[in-house]
Ligand binder design. Structure first.
Ligand code: APR
Length: 249
């Protein structure tokens, strides 16, 4: 792990008047939830066009629930890892204003982060597209899946943003406000290719923020938008940054 860049990130965070985090599936890989586009990613098993597009859900909800059941099974048993916990620690130290996440697994909140913006919704509630009943998803068990509407027994859709669906307006507005007003953004575990989410670090950069990328590999942000990339796993890098912040404080 690049100790020099860890030190630089700690300095940038301590100097920054307002720091935010922008996270993707990579931050939850060490919690046992595969990401989407790596070699073992979910989209290697399920073609997103066939399983994660809102039209797919309308035309064949049973088929989409095959993928959703896989996802729910992983999410239901996943625990926050040291990366999620490290971000919650930075927030507690008053050094992190918010976490904007593309993930729907709820692990940032489980780790103790309080200001979490779920850009792609969350699996915690499900909605009926027929009679618009909303159901709590947190009490669902594997055997309850695929989940059906308690009123009209149609297949429920988790309140996660499918391809072809709009971003929840409040989440989008608040995320854009945070990215335009921050002085530093930690971009963690995202391939940065899905928009409008991927515009968040770009907007921050345009407003003069320092963009600190943490990823196993380089992305389209690297060398263009990111000030630097700390290569490696978030579960090791984030705690190292928090420790360095404590040391320098
Ligand atoms: N630590 C840091 N980075 C990691 C780790 C790890 N342990 N494991 C994987 N990564 C990196 C991968 O190298 C990759 O760059 O995380 C990134 C994950 O990218 P994706 O799988 O594309 O996930 P994400 O960027 O969140 O996808 C964005 O696409 O499918 C939609 O809605 C879905 O929110 C998702 C969006």
């Amino acid at each position: 792990m690049n100790q020099q860049l860890i030190q630089r990130a700690a300095e940038d965070i301590l100097r920054s008047k307002k720091t935010i985090a922008f996270t993707g599936a990579g931050i939850s890989v060490e919690s046992g939830i595969p990401d989407f586009r790596s070699a073992e990613g979910l989209w290697q098993k399920y073609d997103p066009e066939e399983y994660a597009h809102i039209h797919a859900f309308y035309s064949d909800p049973d088929k989409v629930w095959l993928m959703l059941k896989d996802m729910f099974t992983l999410v239901m048993t996943a625990k926050p890892n040291p990366a999620h916990i490290g971000l919650a620690e930075l927030e507690r130290m008053g050094l992190l204003s918010s976490v904007i996440t593309q993930n729907v697994d709820g692990l940032h909140q489980a780790a103790g982060s309080r200001n979490v913006i779920e850009f792609h919704g969350s699996h915690r509630t499900l909605s009926c597209l027929k009679c618009s009943t909303t159901t709590d998803g947190t009490s669902l068990k594997i055997e309850d899946l695929p989940a059906r509407c308690p009123r009209c027994s149609s297949l429920l859709k988790p309140d996660v943003v499918f391809f072809g669906e709009p971003i929840p307006p409040k989440a989008q507005a608040y995320s854009f406000k945070e990215s335009k007003s921050c002085r530093a953004v930690l971009v963690i575990g995202t391939s940065a290719i899905v928009y409008p989410a991927a515009s968040i670090p770009i907007m921050a950069k345009e407003e003069g923020a320092t963009v600190i990328e943490i990823n196993m590999e380089s992305t389209p942000l690297t060398g263009q938008i990111s000030d630097y990339l700390i290569s490696g796993s978030a579960g090791k890098i984030i705690p190292a940054i928090v420790e360095e912040v404590r040391r320098q404080r």
